[in-house]
Design a binder for this molecule. Structure first.
Ligand SMILES: *[C@@H]1O[C@H](CO)[C@@H](O)[C@H](O)[C@H]1NC(C)=O
Ligand SMILES: *[C@@H]1O[C@H](CO)[C@@H](O)[C@H](O)[C@H]1NC(C)=O
Ligand SMILES: *[C@@H]1O[C@H](CO)[C@@H](O)[C@H](O)[C@H]1NC(C)=O
Ligand SMILES: *[C@@H]1O[C@H](CO)[C@@H](O)[C@H](O)[C@H]1NC(C)=O
Length: 577
């Protein structure tokens, strides 16, 4: 899987409901290429056999995302953009993008799109307000990209090493924008550059134009037009203004402009720069982002207000720049209410709709794998276990006392042979974040309803309600999110305090010995006798986890191998074939 060709499921609709809020319905698109994409497809890993007999697994469909179609300019040019809470700028592809397969300018190709979609902004070029003259800051990390113009970026060598597959984008898929065709387009004449964590990037020029979200027109919305990008589509970044590249990028000027949520406020479309995100179920074809309001039908239980972390305070940022809250504990549990601790402390957790999967620190992943009796498979390159042995498990994310319980199935990735047979083994689809922080992508976010108040630098979260019934929309007009109650240790000052989750003692659910702490989820409490179950369970464990009882000593596991996966493949081929 190289250049990601994405699969279009449905066109997006955006409906202006009552004054005071704007509902943006996004299409959920999934896939890694036209061929293997399908409705409701989830990420999975596909077996690749080399000529020498070696087998590896490659992640497929890890490019699920949320697309909205917008009309730009006096002639309503339709362009699909990806909705991204992990960045803050809107940009679209210029029709002359030299990466398009049809472009006469076709030339350079740097490293192609990543296998996994991660549209969180790459912050290696984050501007340091404390030492503005420190050239070692961003530019070194960027490999000298800082100030060069787009055409100078690509060396001959890079062009030659790029494969043909990376050299072309089908730019007609989501549409491009030709600013010369729009009479209402204004060019700001300033340079735009953004890069994302998945190695995609866009270079272009800032401008502004009228942008219509199927009926709701936002006038003079700042948008960049990119004529050099290896991204399949443009991005609608709706994060904090402090994360705009004009402010926190490595350029010479640092200013904030009104991105979409703030522009909507200025034009009276909504009362506050805030929105609620409902990503819908994993097999749905549409999701909804409600600007300026909360829909009380879309969550169950309490809507809980969390302080946002200012993780860039040390670089001189006065206010938070990312939708990041504190993850204070993680546990895993089974349907019997048995629960083991994965870790506790204070880690930064980013809510990023532009990222498909979920990323965690290495030690957390190892602890999860151990607790859930997964074994590492080097051929798969991930932790694997029998899919049916984990059905009733969940991973519980505790945000300062508010626990979001996520079925383990949300994070499972199926394994499949080239001939299409599905293994009875599944991989754990939580990958390394590379540091102590978490990036909670769509696989997590589908289980939560969240409200981001960009003006108040707050976020409220609740358990999602996937059978919502009639809408119960309430506008957000003041400095409070309707019905949201603060966590006990809520603070309106944003600390840079989050560090890490400290990993607990190793235990596995198959041999539950760990005892839950006071921070038990409300849903866990609702289940009868959690505490009793945990303390009196000695004899009952093996029944709860079925065939995995043999490993109940918690012994760890190098033993699992490629062989088992291949064997599972072979068996299913024999049986089904
Ligand atoms: C573009 O769309 C807007 C809003 O839907 C509409 O009012 C306008 O007439 C359209 N313009 C053209 C040229 O189609
Ligand atoms: C694309 O068009 C813009 C004007 O809209 C121009 O500035 C830019 O140089 C063009 N890029 C290429 C690669 O031709
Ligand atoms: C582009 O120019 C307009 C008009 O001066 C301004 O309001 C807007 O903030 C500018 N956008 C950016 C990204 O600089
Ligand atoms: C959620 O998905 C269901 C099933 O696809 C669909 O009927 C519903 O309209 C979706 N809800 C939203 C808000 O997009």
């Amino acid at each position: 899987m190289k250049v990601a060709t994405l699969f279009l499921l449905a066109s997006s609709v955006c409906v202006r409901a009552d004054p005071g809020f704007v509902r943006l319905d996004a299409s959920i698109l999934r896939g890694s290429s036209y061929k293997d994409s399908q409705k409701g497809a989830k990420p999975y890993m596909l077996e690749k056999r080399a000529d020498d007999g070696s087998v590896t697994m490659e992640l497929q469909n890890a490019q699920s995302f949320y697309e909205v179609e917008v009309q730009i300019g006096s002639n309503n040019q339709t362009v699909g953009v990806l909705v991204d809470t992990g960045s803050s700028d809107m940009w679209v592809m210029n029709s002359n993008n030299s990466y398009c397969s049809s472009s006469s300018n076709r030339k350079v190709k740097r490293a192609g799109s990543a296998d996994m979609l991660k549209k969180g902004r790459d912050l290696s070029d984050l501007y340091n307000f404390n030492s503005p003259d420190d050239d070692g800051n961003a530019k070194a990390l960027l490999g000298g990209w800082g100030d060069v113009t787009t055409t100078e970026i690509f060396t001959q060598e890079e062009t030659q090493t790029a494969s043909a597959a990376q050299a072309t984008l089908d730019c007609s898929q989501f549409g491009t924008f030709d600013p010369s065709e729009s009479k209402s387009f204004h060019n700001n004449g300033t340079a735009f550059h953004i890069s994302y964590q998945d190695n995609s990037f866009a270079y272009g020029t800032w401008g502004y134009d009228d942008v219509t979200f199927n009926g709701v027109t936002v006038n003079d919305l700042s948008l960049a037009v990119a004529d050099e990008t290896n991204s399949q589509m443009g991005v609608l970044g709706i994060g904090f203004r402090e994360l705009e590249t004009t402010y926190s990028g490595s350029g010479s000027q640092h200013y904030i402009y009104d991105n979409l949520p703030f522009k909507m406020v200025n034009q009276g479309l909504i009362g506050r720069a805030a929105y609620s995100v409902y990503l819908n179920s994993s097999d749905a074809s549409s999701a909804s982002i409600l600007f300026g309001a909360v829909d009380h039908s879309k969550y169950s239980g309490d809507l809980v207000l969390l302080p946002i972390i200012n993780s860039a305070a040390s670089l001189g940022y006065q206010k938070p720049i990312k939708l990041e809250v504190t993850l204070s504990a993680m546990t895993v549990s089974n349907s019997k209410g048995q629960q083991v601790s994965i870790g506790s402390g204070a880690a930064a957790a980013l809510f990023d709709t532009g990222t498909t999967l979920t990323y965690a620190p290495n030690d957390v992943i190892e602890q999860l794998a151990e607790s859930l009796n997964f074994d590492y498979s080097s051929s798969v390159g991930a932790y694997v276990t029998r899919c049916n042995s984990v059905e009733s498990y969940s991973i519980n994310f505790d945000f300062q006392g508010k626990v979001i319980e996520v079925p383990l199935s949300s994070f499972l990735v199926a394994l499949q042979t080239t001939s299409g047979q599905v293994s009875s083994y599944c991989a754990l689809g939580i990958f390394s974040s590379g540091d102590e922080s978490f990036t909670l992508g769509d696989s997590f976010l589908q289980n939560v309803y969240f409200v981001a108040d960009l003006e108040g630098y707050k976020m409220a979260i609740a358990n999602v309600n996937l059978s919502p019934g009639n809408e119960q929309v309430e506008a957000i007009s003041s400095d409070s999110i309707p019905s949201a109650s603060s966590v006990a240790d809520y603070s309106s000052t944003w600390g840079g305090s989050a560090t890490a989750l400290d990993i607990g003692q190793s235990t596995s659910l198959g041999s539950v010995t760990a005892v839950t702490t006071g921070k038990v989820t409300s849903s866990m409490k609702a289940e009868s006798g959690v505490e009793t179950a945990t303390s009196s369970m000695s004899g009952s464990t093996s029944t709860s986890s079925g065939s995995s009882s043999g490993s109940s000593s918690g012994s760890k596991a190098v033993s699992f191998s490629v062989g088992a996966v291949l064997c599972a493949f072979a068996v299913s081929v024999l049986v089904i074939g």
